[in-house]
Design a protein. Structure first.
Length: 167
């Protein structure tokens, strides 16, 4: 795969993400119960934090710097603990701030991928959908993590929850 193809895919995913968010009634975005006690806003904040860390790691690799520490405390090692920390840190943030951060994160992702050389090594792993791995130096990164994580882990439950509350 070539870089321009990856960028096209990322732009399309971003358009689909924005269209999905635009379908959600604003009064529903902060209602709890989508995934346990999490709201859609909480899930978006969760996606944002994981992807901010992805961006920091890619940028460090571009500069041949050591990988940065994650944004959560070092003693948190299990994914459930990390996600609980993300929830607590972001739950009370205004929805507009979380949505703006999502736009910024996705724009930064596009800029970082665009800043890679045109001959950057990109692997496509075919599973139930394609995963795009970008190599920066000797490290590989899941370029579509934001969207892959959403589709694989959250989209189905959000859509089911939205269907339930509309009925």
């Amino acid at each position: 795969m070539r870089k321009f193809e990856l960028l096209n895919w990322l732009h399309e995913e971003k358009r689909e993400w924005e269209a999905f968010l635009n379908q959600i009634d604003p009064e529903h975005i902060e209602l709890p119960g989508v995934a346990g006690h999490w709201s859609i806003k909480d899930i978006i904040a969760h996606l944002n934090i994981w992807n901010l860390w992805l961006l920091a790691r890619i940028k460090a690799a571009q500069r041949s710097m050591p990988q940065p520490s994650p944004p959560w405390p070092a003693h948190l090692q299990k994914e459930d603990e990390i996600n609980a920390w993300i929830y607590e840190r972001n739950h009370l943030r205004p929805v507009e701030e979380v949505l703006d951060e999502s736009k910024q994160v996705l724009q930064q992702l596009l800029m970082v991928i665009d800043s890679l050389t045109d001959n950057v090594r990109i692997e496509v792993i075919k599973e139930h959908h394609d995963f795009y791995l970008v190599w920066v130096g000797n490290e590989r990164f899941l370029a579509g993590e934001y969207f892959d994580h959403f589709h694989d882990d959250h989209e189905r439950e959000i859509r089911a929850w939205l269907a339930r509350i509309k009925n």
